[in-house]
Design a binder for this molecule. Structure first.
Ligand code: PBG
Length: 326
């Protein structure tokens, strides 16, 4: 036996961590936080064990809990007190995200990112203004250009409430450019945009739609979110967002799209974010509850794989648990 190449030599304790190619640290993680204007109490989210919707009055306490684990950044999602056709509560000065942002940025040092979308705020649950009769005619969809103005107002209202960064997630063509212009015109040229640049029409968002009460009342999102079959198209989406002024490029979901994370990493020099979505979280919990895998190890391994694929930042419901165990 003349075996000179023995990779096992470097797997021993002591050398193992010296040759490790990828690390996961709390400073890579962003914890999503759900703020709910319809409640005075914290409400557990059944489909996402360990996650909850908190009232505005608890937003600061919730963010402090996150920060205690070493995670410094949060992404705020809002559940408004009422919904209408155009989602007007999304850009209300006293809206749920605006109120929570004001409180959290005043009381804590957390880095506050806000999700900019209309689906939690519209009565029909779509991510923008829908065409008339869309309810009965499945070929009709969200009106792209009319939606841009509403997204811009929403993003500007978040920045005005103190958001450190805004994250548009509606897959509206031109959303990054419109929001950039709106922010700049209101003197917020320092607020960066993290674009949900390659966001797929995915079955893995199921638990989130319960959590944020944002499932479409009719139809689906395939007219605006990306087809899971496409990777080259992701590069086109990302390039377009870069041209429009995106600062951070997100791929979503993460686990089933690590090839896309890697392609974006190789094709662009901007920071890349991966969103480890609700379904990815729920499925590990479900398996762990059955005793089929170790939750903590499986979660950390999932997040490490996103780093290895090229993600710089990770949005994940595991943020607190993983950070606390690092
Ligand atoms: C809003 C939005 C969604 C998610 C983040 N922002 C839902 C969707 O597009 O249906 C999903 C997050 C998750 O599943 O964890 N547009």
């Amino acid at each position: 036996m003349n075996l000179t190449d023995r990779p096992r030599r470097l797997r021993a304790d002591g050398i193992r961590s010296l040759v490790s190619e990828t690390d996961l640290s709390a400073s890579d993680l962003i914890a999503p936080v759900f703020v709910d204007a319809t409640t005075e109490e914290r409400i557990p989210i059944e489909s996402m064990p360990g996650q909850e919707r908190v009232p505005v009055s608890e937003a600061v306490a919730r963010v402090e809990e996150v920060r205690e684990t070493g995670v410094e950044a949060v992404m705020l999602f809002g559940i408004p007190e009422s919904k209408d056709e155009r989602g007007t509560r999304a850009w209300a000065e006293d809206g749920v995200v605006q109120e929570a942002t004001r409180r959290v940025t005043e009381a804590t040092d957390a880095y506050v990112i806000t999700d900019v979308c209309l689906c939690e705020y519209t009565s029909h649950g779509h991510c923008g203004v829908v065409e008339e009769h869309a309810e009965t005619d499945p070929t009709l969809t969200v009106k792209n250009d009319e939606t841009l103005d509403l997204l811009t107002r929403t993003a500007v209202s978040h920045a005005e409430a103190g958001a450190d960064m805004v994250a548009p997630s509606s897959m509206t063509d031109g959303m990054v450019g419109a929001i950039r212009e709106g922010l700049d015109d209101s003197g917020r040229e320092d607020v960066p945009i993290m674009s949900y640049a390659a966001k797929y029409e995915s079955a893995f968002y199921g638990p989130f739609r319960d959590a944020a009460d944002g499932a479409p009342a009719f139809g689906d999102r395939r007219h605006y979110q990306m087809d899971p079959a496409n990777a080259r198209e992701a590069m086109r989406e990302v390039a377009s967002d870069v041209e429009q002024g995106a600062d951070v490029l997100m791929v979503k979901p993460a686990l089933a799209y690590l090839d896309v994370v890697r392609a974006v990493r190789e094709g662009f020099d901007h920071p890349v974010a991966a969103y480890n979505v609700s379904g990815e979280y729920a499925m590990l919990h479900a398996a762990a509850d059955n005793g089929w895998l170790d939750l903590e190890e499986a979660a950390a391994e999932s997040l490490l794989s996103m780093k290895r694929a090229g993600a710089d930042l990770i949005l994940t419901y595991f943020a607190e648990d993983v950070a606390a165990s690092l």
